[in-house]
Design a protein around this ligand. Structure first.
Ligand code: C5P
Length: 208
């Protein structure tokens, strides 16, 4: 069983994916971390973000088990990740790793931007999780404040919109809802409601 979850930044897809994996007894991969890990490696070594060959070389040594979300969630790493995510050859390399994770029994939940369209086009179920930019910026701001970080709603909103635009407009594997994905708009839902709605959608699709 493969569950594909796509959506824009801070849509809550990561939290949902983790909970769904627990619920259905599947493994989970946050594919954003693979782009972030490569970006972090380039930044740490002072390497350019636009050099595809160098980025591919970093992707070849990526160990999915060693990716540390708490380190990789830094704002500047997310920004750099979305800049290197336009490199087609790098995407091919990362997609290979992501597919092999997805295809290992008993299956997995993968979340990202192109899971339903490119990585796992034959997934058992596809969800496209979204929320208004304002709701996403509010959640992200509250989350940062709850971790004791400084956060300004207006600049968080501006960052999210810039990243959404770059992710949706790039020519390779842009962020888009797969034709056979179910849309889950969480603007007016709390995480519990969104989780129950997702479980319903997946259970119906798996029974079909
Ligand atoms: O989801 P997250 O914010 O961690 O992703 C960081 C960046 O990685 C995104 O802005 C996007 O550009 C890129 N990404 C992607 N395809 C994926 C997952 C993430 O292009 N499947």
């Amino acid at each position: 069983m493969i569950i594909a979850i796509d959506g824009p930044a801070a849509s809550g897809k990561g939290t949902l994916a983790r909970r769904l994996a627990d619920h259905f007894g599947l493994r989970h991969l946050d594919t954003g971390l693979t782009y972030r890990a490569v970006a972090a490696g380039l930044l740490a070594n002072g390497l350019p973000l636009g050099d595809e060959a160098v980025a591919i070389e970093h992707a070849r040594y990526l160990d999915l088990a060693q990716m540390d979300k708490s380190v990789l969630s830094a704002h500047e790493i997310g920004e750099a990740a979305s800049r290197i995510a336009v490199l087609g050859g790098l995407r091919d390399e990362l997609v290979r790793l992501q597919r092999s994770f997805a295809e290992t029994p008993p299956g997995a939940v993968l979340d990202g931007r192109d899971i339903g369209t490119v990585v796992c086009p034959n997934a058992t179920v596809k969800l496209f999780v979204t929320a208004s930019a304002e709701a996403r910026a509010r959640r992200r701001t509250d989350e940062m404040i709850s971790k004791g970080q400084e956060a300004n709603y207006a600049s968080v909103l501006e960052d999210l919109q810039r990243r959404d635009e770059r992710d949706s407009k790039r020519t390779v594997a842009p962020l888009t809802q797969a034709a056979d994905a179910v849309l889950l708009d969480t603007t007016k839902m709390d995480i519990e409601t969104a989780f129950r709605a997702a479980v319903d959608i997946i259970s119906r699709a798996a029974d079909a």
